[in-house]
Design a protein around this ligand. Structure first.
Ligand SMILES: N[C@@H](CCC(=O)N[C@@H](CS)C(=O)NCC(=O)O)C(=O)O
Length: 211
């Protein structure tokens, strides 16, 4: 398999963890999201993903999959061990809710395109953009801190899709120096996950395109 990725992309980070947990080998195709206004905007990448975002997973059969949550669910259905979404319907809804809280409600507000728009089209200064970034992480984390179990993972004693979303979002928060002392459960889940080799190997600094 082939994963179009960028070392700092938290959406790609989620998929890297899933692939590692399931023991699936893949080649990384780095797509630099910053250099020259973003190599993701080049026609050759647009031909792969018209949305011009990473991650993109190309399966061994040549199928092209986009959107990290859809990719992870595909991997979970095709390679069920270890299961990232519980079989129990109610438990599965709870895991998806936490994953979506991060992937749909926090992450899009911190993404490269909206941040660039704030800067270039709306003329916002960097300190206002950083305040925006921090605000949406803190607001989301306040809810997440209440909802997660931290026992030791977000939804109990098994790693789930919720953890695959939480760890990359914490990495973003740390990079932007968001204070995390109000969120001991989130910090605890992050620590427990990063002790697992699959999470550690997926970290931005351990990627072939890391800078
Ligand atoms: N909802 C998408 C988000 C994908 C996404 O926005 N990826 C970011 C990197 S984390 C990206 O490629 N950004 C490029 C841009 O915004 O121009 C997913 O979960 O895969």
């Amino acid at each position: 398999m082939k994963l179009y990725s960028y070392f700092r992309s938290s959406a790609a980070y989620r998929v890297r963890i899933a692939l590692n947990l399931k023991g699936l080998a893949y080649d990384t195709v780095p797509v630099h999201l910053v250099k020259d206004g973003g190599h993701n905007k080049r026609p050759e990448f647009r031909a792969v993903n018209p949305q011009m975002r990473v991650p993109v997973l190309v399966t061994d059969a040549g199928d092209v999959l986009i959107q990290s949550l859809a990719i992870i669910e595909y991997l979970d259905e095709t390679h069920p061990e270890p299961r990232l979404l519980p079989q129990d319907t109610l438990a599965r809804a709870k895991v998806r809710a936490l994953a979506e809280l991060i992937a749909c409600d926090i992450h899009p507000l911190n993404n490269t395109s909206p941040l660039r728009y704030l800067k270039n089209q709306l003329g916002q200064p960097q300190d206002a953009i950083d305040a925006w970034y921090q605000h949406w992480i803190v607001t989301g984390f306040e809810a997440l801190e209440t909802l997660i179990e931290a026992a030791p993972y977000a939804c109990g004693n098994r790693v789930t899709l919720a953890d695959l979303c939480l760890v990359p979002q914490v990495a973003n928060a740390r990079r932007l120096k968001v204070p995390l002392d109000k969120f001991p459960k989130i910090v605890g889940v992050d620590k427990a996950c990063l002790q697992l080799a699959a999470f550690d190997r997926a970290r931005p600094e351990n990627q072939p395109d890391a800078e």
